[in-house]
Design a protein around this ligand. Structure first.
Ligand code: DWN
Length: 393
């Protein structure tokens, strides 16, 4: 049995930016609906999209955010100090941003595994040895075991968790640990971040669900904590040895107790979320549309694609979207077909309003906008329904 969590209707693939030629060829939309299993409380897409359609040639380069690079630098230093790894495998290593940090800390053996060939090639060119492959038991059988395996923002992308987690258990050295980071379902619900729902995100994860997923596949959580990235994520450390140390177990137990206390294992919290996107769509449209204000977007994020398409906000309102990612520039946003332009365009476009689409990097982006502008554009970002509530108060 499952219950509805969020239904955003038919949506394009959030990172499938289109060339001029592809615009003329038409675009495929897929159902974007998330449901909750009422027995294990795993929150997942009802209609998965084949991974090859999303990750073969991937437009998202994680190193475009200075804050993310800093997060990776701090993470690598903490892991090296805590575990002194001799070998690191990073699963879904993207453009090598994190892997390069381990390399810089002189970890003897580092290897990235990244399914998107364009990213794997880019990472290899920039000093991060990368195997272009999807992770799973087969790939695990082709690599040396590692005493540290890292999986940042990938667990939520994986439909076949048996194969994915089974591969980790196989590749983990006997005294090794695996570290996951993934957006925390509670923060998504608490902040109403429905725009982080898109087809790449197959699951929306709680510690309760992940604990069960790992334990059933021979991995035991020895530490769990929250980190601030991507709107609030969980960092979970696990090994093949059931944990014994109390302090880290205590943090895990407290988080699990918190999730139980807010009712992540009961229907009401999910049923209350279902109406939120439509409410914010109304607030966002009344705030942004139909005004004669020159407006651009900043940050062609996957979440921004969900937001603009679901709210029906297109080129009539947002003329361009600025993005620092070369792989996105010169292309057009999925669904809305808003042109993506480099940051240097800002002074030429001279908008009166800028919508920061990746609200999770708003501070960093605002600083870059102010550094470039000799005028004062209005800078806005989600959530718009809260702003309306605040103004009405
Ligand atoms: O799970 C995922 C998360 C981790 O990253 C992936 N499936 C896809 C991606 O989601 P996203 O695209 O919503 O992530 P971001 O990091 O919020 O996207 C930021 C976008 O903004 C990127 O295209 C880069 C761009 N950007 C920019 O142009 N200038 C970002 C910053 C900070 C900037 O200064």
């Amino acid at each position: 049995m499952s219950l509805e969590f969020c239904d955003l209707g038919m949506q394009p693939l959030a990172n499938h930016f289109l060339t001029e030629k592809e615009l003329a060829q038409g675009e495929v939309f897929y159902p974007l609906k998330v449901v909750v299993c009422e027995s294990c409380w795993l929150v997942q897409l009802e209609h998965p999209v084949p991974r090859e359609r999303m990750f073969s040639d991937y437009a998202y380069f994680s190193g475009q955010s200075d804050h993310w690079v800093q997060h990776c630098r701090e993470f690598a230093a903490e892991m090296v100090e805590r575990f002194q790894p001799k070998s690191v495998i990073e699963i879904a290593s993207n453009d090598g941003t994190l892997l390069k940090q381990f390399h810089a800390l002189r970890v003897p053996a580092v290897l990235g595994v990244e399914p998107s060939y364009n990213l794997a090639k880019h990472a290899g060119w920039h000093g991060a040895p990368t195997l272009a492959a999807y992770w799973g038991k087969h790939t695990a059988g082709t690599v040396e075991s590692a005493d540290l395996i890292v999986a940042m923002n990938v667990l939520a992308h994986v439909p076949d968790l048996d194969d994915f987690i089974g591969g980790i258990a196989d590749a983990l050295a006997p005294d090794g640990v695996v570290v996951f980071e993934f957006p925390w379902l509670w923060r998504l619900i608490e902040r109403g971040d429905w725009d982080t729902i898109y087809h790449e995100h197959h699951s929306y994860l709680s510690l309760t669900a992940v604990s069960d997923l790992l334990r059933r596949r021979g991995l035991y959580i020895c530490d769990a904590s929250e980190v601030t990235t991507h709107g609030g994520s969980l960092r979970v450390i696990a090994s093949t040895v059931p944990t014994t140390t109390m302090d880290s177990a205590e943090k895990r137990i407290k988080l699990l107790a918190f999730e139980a206390s807010i009712g992540l294992d009961k229907p009401p919290i999910y049923q209350a979320f279902a109406g939120l996107p439509a409410m914010e769509r109304e607030a966002a449209r009344s705030r942004l549309c139909g005004k004669q204000i020159t407006t651009i977007g900043y940050g062609a994020a996957a979440k921004g694609v969900t937001f603009l398409n679901y709210c029906g906000i297109g080129r009539e309102t947002v003329s361009h979207i600025i993005d620092s990612t070369p792989a996105k520039q010169g292309k057009f946003a999925p669904g809305t077909h808003i042109p993506i332009v480099p940051p240097e365009s800002l002074r030429y476009l001279r908008p009166s309003r800028i919508i920061v689409l990746p609200w999770n990097w708003r501070d960093e982006i605002e600083a870059k906008i102010h550094a470039q502008c000799d005028w004062y554009p209005e800078i806005v970002s989600r959530p718009f329904h809260m702003e309306r509530a605040r103004l009405a108060a």
